[in-house]
Design a protein around this ligand. Structure first.
Ligand SMILES: Cc1cc2nc3c(=O)[nH]c(=O)nc-3n(C[C@H](O)[C@H](O)[C@H](O)COP(=O)(O)OP(=O)(O)OC[C@H]3O[C@@H](n4cnc5c(N)ncnc54)[C@H](O)[C@@H]3O)c2cc1C
Length: 336
């Protein structure tokens, strides 16, 4: 779809890590987020209307309009619904003109906290970068944290936004890395995904280097990100797990961590990793955050749905029961 739109001078705007393999139905059903979500929104936010076949065979169609005040908008049964309420067979999604200009920067901060402060100030100015990809953990950056920042759109607007954002980064102690580093990041952003998708098993099982890895992608109130990160590091260290990377994606409230633990041959590593992730997600929820902002719940996170939604889970279960009494659509997912 992206290629076809590009031929006509448009873009889809949705640019997930998994762009080479993701489908529109899957992206809507997980309310997926892409690299340029900062200006184009999540896949769910781009959906104007859709058509879906419900478990009883009836066809549900919602109106393709940007705003309506005529009852509950049933597209939200399908956006983030992970295929549990119906199968999306058609969708009308917002597309965008190809940007006139894109600017890319790579900025090194001495610490995660220093970079986090700069990003918060950029957003407080009302700027909306197309891309914010910020993280620590790269050995080549000597313990610092790198911010990849992009603006795109109309030439004059981009120039003005870039100027303000870079002056904030300069003032907050950031140092600009070579332009090649920013270009490399942009060029390679889907390469790792391609490799990963060829070996999907790697995600939760032992890598060829003998390390089990897992990720968390959580949403928190902005004021809670640094306190959560600090508490999470204590939990991770106490459990003997390694924090390989922590970072932000798209906006300051969306926080991720990559964890790893060596397999010492006693079959305990994977269990320790799973228990650590569970403890971190419970902490996020008790701090007012959400356990997952982009990949969906699936089966893996289903046991956290009760704490995530409280009575809301029961409401979802009742809706599911009415629409899918025999639980034929993705049983076990999302706690159904
Ligand atoms: C390495 C890796 C990187 C990832 N990076 C990102 C990222 O950058 N951003 C992001 O948001 N996600 C990411 N994901 C998660 C996921 O790949 C994406 O959300 C992707 O968009 C899902 O699309 P898919 O076609 O692969 O869906 P699938 O994985 O096939 O399906 C996802 C869910 O949607 C349901 N579904 C699929 N099609 C339909 C349909 N037509 N109607 C109803 N339900 C349907 C499925 O039943 C399933 O529950 C990543 C995953 C991996 C493994």
């Amino acid at each position: 779809m992206e290629k076809r739109l590009n031929e006509e001078g448009f873009i889809l705007g949705h640019d997930p890590w998994t762009l080479p393999v993701a489908t529109i139905g899957g992206a809507i059903s997980t309310n997926s987020l892409g690299y340029r979500g900062g200006i184009y929104g999540s896949m769910g936010e781009q959906v104007l209307g859709l058509e879906a076949v419900l478990p009883n065979g009836e066809v549900l169609r919602t109106r393709s309009v940007p705003k309506s005040s005529a009852g509950i908008n049933l597209k939200f049964l399908l956006i983030g619904g992970e295929g549990c309420f119906g199968i999306i067979t058609e969708a009308t999604v917002r597309i965008f003109p190809a940007p006139e200009k894109r600017t890319l920067h790579a900025i090194l901060f001495e610490s995660f906290e220093q970079g986090y402060g700069a990003i918060q100030r950029i957003f407080r100015q009302g700027l909306r970068p197309a891309v914010v990809d910020f993280g620590d953990g790269g050995d080549e950056f000597r313990g610092g944290a790198v911010l990849y920042l992009a603006f795109e759109g109309n030439q004059e607007t981009v120039a003005a936004e870039e100027k303000i954002a870079l002056s904030i980064c300069d003032r907050d102690g950031g140092s600009r890395l070579l332009q090649e580093e920013a270009e490399r990041f942009w060029r390679d952003r889907h390469i790792i995904a391609r490799r990963f998708m060829q070996n999907r098993r790697q995600r939760r099982e032992r890598g060829s280097d003998g390390i089990y890895r897992d990720w968390i992608h959580v949403a928190l109130p902005g004021s809670k990100v640094l306190p959560f990160r600090k508490a999470a590091i204590e939990i991770i260290e106490r459990r003997g797990v390694h924090l390989q990377e922590s970072g932000l994606w798209i906006q300051p409230e969306l926080f991720s961590m990559r964890l790893g633990i060596e397999d010492e041959g006693d079959n305990k590593a994977q269990l320790v990793l799973e228990e650590t992730v569970d403890e971190l997600l419970r902490l996020v929820q008790s701090m007012g955050g959400s356990m997952e902002y982009t990949h969906g719940v699936g089966v893996k996170l289903a046991h956290h749905m009760e704490k995530e939604h409280g009575y809301g889970l029961e409401v979802m279960r009742q809706i599911k029961k009415v629409l899918d009494p025999n639980n034929i659509m993705n049983p076990g997912k999302m706690g159904f």
